[in-house]
Design a protein around this ligand. Sequence first.
Ligand SMILES: [Mg+2]
Length: 264
Amino acid sequence: MNGRAGRAIDGVLFDIDGVLVTSWQPIDGAAAALADVRERGLARAFLTNTTSRSSGEIAALLRDAGMDVDDAEIVTAGRLTAEYLRTTYPGRRVWMLNSGDVAADFAGIEFDAADPEVVVLGGAGPEYDHASLSRVVDLLLGGVPAVAMHRGQVWASADGLQVDVGLYLPGLEEISGTRIVSVGKPGVSAFLAATELMGTAPESTVMVGDDLVNDVLRAQQVGLTGVLVRTGKFRPSVLAHSSETPDHVVDSVAELPGLLDRLG
Ligand SMILES: [Mg+2]
């Protein structure tokens, strides 16, 4: 059943929301599981599509929730986008449309809202108004490339579902006749970038997530060992109706140490 059984594990990549915390409150056993992974000498990283906070802020929130994590271990969609800009558009002037301040992850990148050479589309919020979206279209039609932090269409808030950047991308792509690159989950490049940062091969890395499709199955597509937790957004019906199966399913991240023992 498990095609990846017997592989040596060198690192664990964690989704954050729904795996370690819910609304920044710790999920039982998460801190102990993270400590266990570190004590085993395995590489760790935390992969999140968060666009509203910098990686340093997220590390601080996890530490406030009792988890021992380093800033450098947090891989946000914003951080991945900054890395993409540095390698693909070095030195180019950037206009970023994003709800939240992630400038701390964009060190060395020049922002110029008046005369941009690249448009970065981050998380949607009040900034995505008629004037801003019209300007994005104008720039795209003028040949300025755009990069999206992710393609998520909605996110859950205390006030209900909120639309996100992915809702706008098909329209922007259709009108401009271009494909807008997105760097966060579930793009497979996000998992590869994270493992590269960890210094591990995908084949020797475990991905722990609460989203069957966007965390676990996508990670498995590029060779990671997938572990689905039954916390956060996990729904039994989604798993029951999936044509693909996760490598492992555990009740929560608290069971990870036992699973790592079995994986050897
Ligand atoms: Mg999650």
